[in-house]
Ligand binder design. Structure first.
Ligand code: SF4
Length: 323
């Protein structure tokens, strides 16, 4: 997405394999939530292509073009092609960061969870709907009787479990987990990550797991993609990213993860990122991370680094990798 007044996500090309979890990490404003929601078409893409299971569900040309000075201009392009999203609305679900804001406080939990079942005609009778809702509550670790209650009667972790049950109700294949643990206590975060992990194994789900730091992402992701100001700066297997982070921004994010051992934590060197995050609508020329990077050179201020392969399935956008 790009254009005046729009959160910019530019030139991103990704794939997610069936059954895997792609972690998507970056500070707020980097475009990760926009990207997740754009894949589901909860935000209308301005251009690009979305292919789901071999079917193109969106394809459009970019009406925003940059001139040689980097200024954006709106040009006329053919109308985008868009598939009927109804069947995909069932296959692709989302779990939100704040279940309290996303779940209707006036509805009973059973009706919240049953909404998708009813909308997609997935049960023949009210009795069957009730049975399925009860089953789903148990699947996410809650008491089947909780269906009679309202959302304000639950803790943050329980609400997130209800959000997960609602997403599962339509038997999806792919779930965008949009910062599902960011608002929860650390102990509860681990429980939700474990639950998502268990459900993935049982149901063969595919996840895009969005987070603003790298602490929990490690435990659930097969691959991790790090974003900065609307661009991908690094993407590789989770283990490799944590062992050999190549981009200075990834290194800084990793150094910010607290280590549970106080002795190790006290000795750890934390990489401080100076400077402000520039506006994504008017990003700087060259590398977008330049004003916060201690390695920045003249080249970084002039030339934008391309994402390139530096090792097995390890892509990085940084000029340091050319040296
Ligand atoms: Fe730092 Fe330059 Fe690499 Fe950007 S390209 S991350 S400014 S060294």
């Amino acid at each position: 997405l790009k254009g005046p007044g729009v959160q910019a996500v530019e030139d991103i090309s990704i794939f997610i394999n069936r059954g895997e979890t792609l972690g998507l990490v970056g500070e707020s404003g980097c475009g990760k939530t926009t990207l997740g929601r754009t894949i589901l078409q909860l935000h209308e893409p301005t251009s690009g292509k979305i292919v789901y299971d071999g079917e193109t569900i969106f394809e459009g040309q970019d009406p925003w073009q940059r001139d040689e000075e980097g200024q954006l201009h709106h040009v006329k392009v053919p109308k985008a092609k868009q598939a009927n999203m109804l069947p995909y609305r069932r296959k692709m679900q989302i779990i939100f960061q704040d279940p309290y804001a996303s779940l209707d406080p006036k509805m009973k939990v059973q009706d919240i969870i049953a909404e998708g079942i009813r909308a997609h005609g997935l049960a023949k009778s009210e009795k069957e709907i009730k049975e399925r809702v009860n089953e789903l509550l148990v699947t996410v670790g809650l008491n089947a009787q909780y269906g009679e209650r309202y959302i304000h009667e639950f803790s943050g972790g329980q609400r997130q479990r209800i959000g997960i049950a609602r997403a599962l109700a339509v038997e999806p294949e792919f779930i965008v987990c949009d910062e599902p643990i960011s608002a929860l206590d650390v102990s509860i975060q681990a429980q939700i990550v474990n639950l998502l992990d268990k459900l993935q194994e049982e149901k063969g789900l595919t996840y895009m797991f969005i987070a603003h730091d790298l602490s929990m992402v490690k435990y659930i992701s097969d691959r991790v993609m790090v974003m900065y100001l609307g661009k991908v700066v690094e993407i590789t297997a989770a283990d490799r990213l944590y062992e050999q982070p190549a981009h200075p921004y990834t290194q800084a994010l990793l150094s910010a993860i607290p280590i549970p051992d106080p002795h190790v934590e006290a000795k750890k060197e934390r990489i401080k990122m100076g400077g402000e995050i520039p506006s994504p609508v008017d990003p700087p020329k060259g590398c977008r991370f330049q004003n916060r990077c201690k390695y920045a050179t003249e080249r970084c201020r002039e030339e934008e680094p391309a994402l390139r392969l530096i090792g097995e399935d390890h892509y990085v956008a940084c000029h340091l990798e050319d040296e």
